[in-house]
Design a protein around this ligand. Structure first.
Ligand code: CO
Length: 164
């Protein structure tokens, strides 16, 4: 178990478009495991490789509560539907929360850590977390999409750890 340092804004690596993964090897598995440990340690529900200082197209979403851990290697958005405004936070922006408009549902394709392609459909907060992470992989940060900054005192208790 290795907890890596979370890269905080501002940092050039967070705004750089990541490189696609071509080697599905032990190094990739270790990266995914370290990202997971780092995310859990930071009370996050998602994390992207640039947030641990690695500019590769790799991200994880795990909403907890028995939901499956979603490992995304080279993810691409295939389709989105609807729009919804919800509060988001980000592990790279401590203390910043804001309302962001995103599609309500999403269909993506991505690879497993062994290179197998899969498709996934998600809705609501899971879709939001997936889209937030894919934005990270394109060097897009959530502060550029905030339509209203939310004071932490306005948050529902369970929202405080909805960092992605
Ligand atoms: Co984030």
């Amino acid at each position: 178990m290795t907890i890596r340092t979370v890269v905080k804004n501002p940092n050039e690596i967070l705004t750089r478009k990541t490189t696609k993964v071509t080697k599905f090897n032990q190094e990739l598995s270790t990266l995914l495991e370290d990202m997971y440990d780092t995310m859990i340690d930071a009370d996050g529900i998602g994390i992207a490789a640039p947030q641990v200082g690695v500019s590769l197209r790799v991200a994880i979403v795990d909403l907890g509560e028995g939901e499956e851990i979603i490992e995304m290697v080279n993810p691409e958005v295939l389709e989105t539907e609807g729009l919804e405004v919800e509060v988001e936070g980000c592990l790279s922006f401590p203390e910043l929360y804001g309302e962001v408009e995103r599609p309500f549902s999403v269909r993506i394709k991505a690879q497993e850590r062994d290179g197998t392609w899969y498709e996934l459909e998600a809705e609501d907060y899971e879709a939001r977390a997936i889209l937030h992470e894919i934005d990270h992989l394109d060097g897009i940060l959530f502060d550029s999409k905030i339509i209203r900054v939310v004071d932490p005192s306005e948050l529902e208790p369970q929202e405080e750890d909805e960092f992605v």
